[in-house]
Ligand binder design. Structure first.
Ligand code: ARG
Ligand code: ZN
Length: 860
């Protein structure tokens, strides 16, 4: 039975205080909880506590032991009828962290204890009303043998610690009431990197990052990112940190990226540890953004939390928007925007167009874990960005201040968020709710008519959102459109807007259609619409190819310049007769433009991915896409060969590594050039790639060399793989890359290779990072082989989903996405993908997680 938003009821009981005591033991951990409980709702309502995989050991009400006839126990809850209006309840349970391979609740990783409670993991720790609108003040006592568990960590401040006969203990108190999903504990042997941050009001906060023994130097970049994030949130949002201590812990075994537990963030080690020899620039970039993301949650998520899980986007969309803004400030907004939109289009657009489409605020779910999606995170962030665009930066800041001030300490809703925009502007923001409640990507169409005599440009604009599962009819949504004009020669062109002469203006389409009239347009204009990707829509604008080339060569809006190149490349690749000649010319001009930075040049030199192309073709024919893209790339590379070689040679690898954005941009450009040189197919390419790999002074260049060699796929590739393995076999995070590069290689041999990789002695399905390094790399980054006509790629992924579902449903379910769009594929892909899904759905003992997604994917 699905959980529905419309069924929401406020909780019957409040639990203002929670005391927890843990006697940590690998197989028999004792948890003793003492709750102060107050009735808030219906008189007579029984107390219902949720719990899973718990062994109840004792239950006392006001100190009196309850006999089994005084309560009822089911696999999912503990119900106590006839309770008074105010009382204390003690619950004692036993759990087995060692056996817990779901990595949710309390579990062990490399002999240490960790928790993951969001969304519904606390119920695997102890009985509790595990829902985000029950906020409680926690005091936590941890006890474990000192040998093996020198660190005992939980949320808040350490208020007591000491030794007992055969153990030691620590008592933590978190003064801020919080929902159970923000509870955390960590125990074990860990090294620490320490620093401090002085807040704007002059308080000193101790910063501690805990990592595997010997790894603390690799936390330096995360620490630096943390301090920059703390400063940024003070300056940009007026948000100051509120405890005297902020801790982050890295863990190898983790189901996703990271978790914002109050004062004790827990991170997948892959998003925390970095140095030049083991991490790529992309790793650094992601570490910076995730450290910021989790830190920003302290206000957008923790101080103001969510009323229920349907409001997940209230904290996630807002926090993603905040981390994207931070990254833009740190690394450059143009490049950041392009990367964010690439990601949105690669993951969210397909989701929104397929059977798993759901609104940013879903109406129903079986497992909330299945809704930590690109739609809720990335589309959610886009909505916040649009709101900022329409109200302007200053008003946005006032709205957010109002939001944080009026909702602090509460569990809020998306309506509360929009209400803050209404409060500071006096305007009605209810039309924006449609963006939250309606699934599907709107298409924005613009038809332009230019009247040379009247010097008038008339734009007939309209929007349509296609039907999505269980939402046949769509209402219009507010679409902000930033639009500018260029001359056909590519120079910015003026027009009259609201009585002013401008080259760029913001329009808002609020209805199904509208007409926008631009006056004083002196020449035939090139229209640069949706600048900065001002709304997450698909744009349809009929125009001559020459107009796209004009924007490619000189749109002052860098996003649209990149966009023009991408859309040209898309059209040329999908056209069997498409030629690369003019495109190469425009790219050559861009590469030699001294006003553009290297990171931008690297982005604009990258062709649309096969996934991007698949979205523009019906039915999808993966081998046509693969062949056409390769052919176009080879043609482009041949045309640019001497430029690429000269530029490559002129950009020597720097002797010392710095992870800053400018240096990373240079490396990105040099590595894109290497890719072009390889694509040109000259015999010298192998030697260049091998040199690149062997002389690399950092992991970014080394991986670029290895991936170039994988494309050539000769003897040099296997040698490089062997050397890489020998050098890094004791570095799990680097070995993940070694697995991933092989699984991503678009060579037919990869089908056999992945079957071999999962039998490799270093392969371990119980470690999500390692499992994903093969299966996700294969299913997501290797469309050519995943979609092999034999259907073997589908069968391999279905087998893997089923194997991992037996012990880690949350992680297994994420892979169903790869089959999501099967109805859009040409035969035989369509039938083969369907058969794989049917096999999954027909399997006995399937988890709710996989069952929900695979079922929806099939039903579509
Ligand atoms: N709140 C975490 C973050 O975005 C992610 C938690 C994911 N939880 C899950 N069950 N998938 O930072
Ligand atoms: Zn988050």
């Amino acid at each position: 039975r699905p959980i529905r938003l419309t069924d929401y009821r406020a909780p019957d009981f409040a639990i203002p205080e929670t005391q927890l005591e843990f006697d940590l033991h690998p197989t028999q951990t004792r948890v003793r909880a003492t709750y102060r409980i107050e009735r808030r709702g219906v008189a007579e309502a029984p107390l219902v506590l949720l719990g899973e995989r718990l062994t109840l050991k004792a239950l006392r009400l006001e100190g009196v032991e309850l006999t089994p006839d005084a309560y009822t126990l089911s696999p999912e809850c503990l119900t106590v009828p006839g309770v008074p209006d105010r009382f204390t309840l003690e619950v004692e349970v036993e759990i087995n962290p060692q056996e817990n391979k779901t990595l949710e609740g309390l579990y062990m990783s490399s002999g240490r204890y960790f928790t993951q409670c969001e969304a519904e993991g606390f119920r695997k720790v102890v009985y509790f009303p595990d829902r985000p609108d029950v906020l409680s003040k926690y005091t936590v006592r941890l006890r474990a043998p000192k040998a093996g568990f020198p660190r005992l960590l939980s949320n808040g401040n350490l208020i007591d610690s000491g030794e007992e006969a055969d153990a030691h203990f620590a008592v933590w108190e978190d003064p801020f009431p919080k929902p159970a999903y923000l509870f955390a504990l960590v125990a074990g042997e860990l090294d620490v990197l320490e620093d401090r941050f002085v807040t704007v009001s002059g308080r000193t906060v101790a910063l501690k990052i805990f990592v595997d023994p010997g790894m603390s130097a690799r936390a330096a970049y995360a620490m630096d990112a943390l301090k920059r994030s703390m400063k940024w949130d003070e300056e940009t949002y007026g948000r100051e940190y509120d405890l005297d201590l902020f801790m982050i812990v890295a863990v190898r075994d983790f189901n996703f990226g990271a978790m914002e537990n109050k004062g004790l963030n827990i991170f997948n080690a892959s998003l925390l540890l970095a140095d030049a020899q083991t991490a790529t620039d992309l790793d650094y970039e992601r570490i910076e953004s995730v450290v910021a993301h989790e830190y920003f949650h302290n206000w957008s998520g923790n101080r103001v939390t969510c009323r229920d899980w349907f409001q997940l986007c209230l904290k996630e969309g807002l926090t993603v928007f905040r981390d994207q803004s931070f990254s833009g400030d740190q690394r450059g907004h143009a490049v950041q925007r392009i990367k964010d939109v690439k990601m949105l289009r690669a993951r969210q657009f397909p989701e929104d167009a397929g059977p798993l489409a759901h609104p940013v605020r879903p109406a129903a779910y079986l497992k909330i874990d299945n809704f930590y999606t690109a739609t809720i995170y990335e589309k959610g962030a886009e909505i916040v960005g649009m709101l900022k665009t329409v109200v302007g930066a200053d008003t946005y800041r006032r709205a957010l201040d109002h939001y944080f001030d009026t909702n602090d300490g509460t569990a809020a809703t998306l309506e509360d968020f929009l209400r803050s925009f209404e409060a500071v502007t006096g305007k009605d923001f209810s039309p924006w709710l449609k963006w939250y409640t309606q699934a599907g990507t709107p298409t924005l169409s613009i038809e332009a008519t230019y009247d040379a005599t009247a010097q008038r440009l008339t734009l007939d604009v309209s929007q349509i959102t296609p039907p999505t599962p269980s939402q046949a009819h769509k209402a219009p949504v507010p679409i902000p459109v930033r639009l500018g004009l260029l001359s056909e020669a590519g120079a910015p062109m003026r027009f009259l807007h609201a009585g002013e002469s401008v080259t760029d203006a913001l329009f808002l389409l609020s209805e199904v259609q509208a007409q926008w009239v631009l006056e004083a347009v002196t020449h035939t204009p090139v229209i640069s619409a949706l600048r900065g990707f001002s709304a997450p829509v698909k744009l349809r604008l009929a125009e001559p190819e020459a107009h796209r080339f004009a924007r490619f060569r000189g749109d002052p809006d860098p996003f649209n310049r990149w966009e023009a190149a991408q859309s040209l490349a898309k059209a040329l690749i999908l056209d069997p007769q498409g030629e690369a000649c003019a495109y190469a010319e425009a790219l050559r001009a861009t590469l030699s433009d001294p006003t553009l930075d290297s990171a931008f040049k690297a982005l604009i030199s990258g062709l649309p991915t096969e996934m991007d192309l698949a979205q523009s073709l019906t039915p999808v024919d993966p081998s046509f896409i693969h062949a056409r893209r390769n052919a176009f790339k080879a043609e482009l590379a041949a045309a640019l060969k001497s430029d690429a070689e000269a530029l490559y040679a002129a950009l020597p690898a720097e002797p010392t590594f710095s992870p800053d954005a400018a240096s990373a941009g240079c490396r990105a450009l040099r590595n894109v050039l290497l890719d072009l040189i390889v694509a040109a197919g000259a015999p010298s390419a192998t030697a260049i790639a091998e040199n690149h790999f062997r002389n690399a002074g950092n992991m970014t260049d080394q991986m670029a060399g290895l991936s170039a060699l994988s494309q050539i796929h000769g003897a040099a590739y296997q040698d490089a793989l062997d050397d890489f393995y020998a050098r890094f076999k004791s570095e799990p995070l680097v070995l993940d890359k070694w697995f991933a590069v092989q699984a991503s290689c678009a060579h037919p041999e990869t089908l056999t290779r992945v079957r071999y990789l999962v039998t490799h002695s270093d392969f371990d399905r119980k470690v999500p990072n390692r499992w994903r390094s093969v299966v996700q790399a294969f299913a997501v980054n290797n469309p050519a082989i995943f979609h092999d006509i034999s259907g073997e790629g589908y069968a391999f992924i279905a087998d893997e989903v089923l194997r991992v579902d037996r012990f880690n449903p949350m992680t297994a379910a994420r892979l169903i996405e790869a089959f999501g769009g099967f109805k859009r594929y040409a035969e035989p892909h369509r039938s083969l993908m369907k058969a794989a899904l049917e096999r999954i759905v027909g399997t006995e003992g399937l988890s709710k997680n996989v069952g929900e997604l695979a079922g929806k994917a099939l039903a579509g």
